[in-house]
Design a protein around this ligand. Structure first.
Ligand SMILES: Nc1ncnc2c1ncn2[C@@H]1O[C@H](COP(=O)(O)OP(=O)(O)OP(=O)(O)O)[C@@H](O)[C@H]1O
Length: 383
């Protein structure tokens, strides 16, 4: 049995024993900085808990507090208020090198004068791990990151993606209980980044270690994560799985930040059995699901994703939600057509139409059209 397998078995034995103890917990964490005599609140009160073996992402725009939150987990920053717990133990005052976590940065930070093998072996050597064990662990880790045969290369002789794999191997070879990754793919071009996203997910599954991943790239977070915390202005706006974040955004910010979203202002007239009747302007009324327990009344925003909408010249069947508009722009994008449609009430909607069979365009610029969707493909957010 390899160390990794043994580690995984031990972890799952532990998990079944104390499965209720999360790998990482943040409890009302606040971080304030003094800058030019002013207090900046980078993190305004974050509470969350990450399970053992989870791929957890923190996603949000620049300056929302992701990195600061991550650095408090690692111990590089002290929270102004609140507590950090790792595997049930309060580590708020424990220095970074005494926490069982490792961090991987965008800049790799490899030693340029050492070859791949030496870079990966560095931490184990420093801890005086016996030679035989060191060789086995480094070899095993290079195999996992798919770099076997490249042991003798120097970092400058490798591509960005390969260097990032070395950085990963170097962090993972220490068998930390959690790995913190701060925009680790930020320096790579799009194609390589996409390939590495799939690789990273595979590696995480293989080693079974908790990954906490910071990114401002929504596709990256959606592709890899078990759960995502969407952050805005120092707070978590929504914490859920990728599908829920995309299909059921909890706030207007999340709806706008993840993917392309259409927002339509309306008034909820009644809520019944999880569905709201929402009045849009003078004429239209649509049925919209609402989150359980939210008593929406008054102003709401209805959100529908562009790929869920059907564009047609004829009035759609009665049980669909439908609005009328005028086509402002049409773009042919190969796999799909994209329409910008101005609605009667003033909103602008984006509609994606898959080019599944032929590439015919349903409507041209200036055409009057109907946009329709299944009620369960829309969602009401309080505004
Ligand atoms: N050492 C510091 N002193 C003063 N202000 C800081 C410090 N570090 C961060 N901040 C501020 O705290 C806020 C959050 O920063 P943070 O780096 O956590 O954001 P982020 O979401 O990781 O952004 P990015 O994606 O750009 O790295 C920002 O407004 C930033 O300017």
């Amino acid at each position: 049995m390899t160390d990794i397998q043994a580690g995984k078995e031990a972890a799952s034995a532990v998990a079944s024993d104390i499965s209720t103890v999360p790998a990482i917990e943040l409890d009302g964490v606040v971080k304030e900085y003094q800058a030019h005599g002013e207090i900046v609140q980078a993190v305004k009160g974050v509470s969350l808990s990450i399970s053992e073996g989870e791929f957890f992402s923190m996603l949000g725009p620049s300056g929302c507090g992701k990195t600061t939150t991550m650095r408090m987990i690692a111990g590089f920053e002290d929270p102004t208020r609140g507590a950090v717990r790792l595997h049930g133990q309060d580590v708020t005052d424990v220095p970074p090198n005494k926490r069982d976590v490792n961090m991987v940065f965008q800049s790799y930070a490899l030693f340029p004068h050492m070859n791949v093998w030496e870079n990966v072996a560095f931490g184990l050597r420093r801890r005086r791990v016996p030679d035989q064990e060191l060789r086995r662990r480094v070899g095993e880790m290079l195999e996992i990151v798919d770099l076997t045969g490249r042991e003798k290369r120097r970092p400058r002789e490798m591509s960005g993606g390969q260097q990032q794999r070395v950085a990963l191997a170097r962090a993972l070879v220490n068998h930390p209980r959690a790995l913190l990754l701060d925009e680790p793919l930020g320096a790579l071009d799009l194609k390589l980044r996409q390939a590495m996203q799939i690789e990273l997910k595979r590696i995480q599954r293989e080693v079974g270690i908790t990954f906490v991943y910071v990114t401002h790239d929504q596709n990256e977070a959606l592709t890899m994560s078990d759960r995502i915390a969407v952050m805005n202005d120092g707070l978590v706006e929504q914490l859920a799985g990728p599908r829920e974040i995309y299909e059921r955004p909890a706030t207007k910010f999340v709806a706008g930040f993840i993917g392309t979203s259409n927002l339509l202002a309306g008034t909820a007239e009644r809520v019944d059995g999880g569905m709201a009747m929402v009045r849009l302007g003078e004429r239209d009324r649509v049925l919209v699901p609402v989150a359980e327990g939210t008593g929406l009344d008054g102003p709401v925003e209805v959100t529908v994703r562009p790929e869920k909408i059907r564009i047609s010249r004829e009035e759609p069947v009665a049980d669909l939600s439908a609005v009328r508009g005028t086509v402002a722009e049409v773009a042919y994008l190969g796999t799909y057509n994209s329409y910008a449609v101005n609605l009667a009430g003033g909103a602008e909607f984006t509609v994606f139409e898959q080019n599944a069979n032929d590439s015919s365009i349903t409507a041209e610029r200036g055409d009057s059209v109907w946009l329709s969707w299944q009620p369960h493909h829309s969602y009401a957010i309080g505004s």
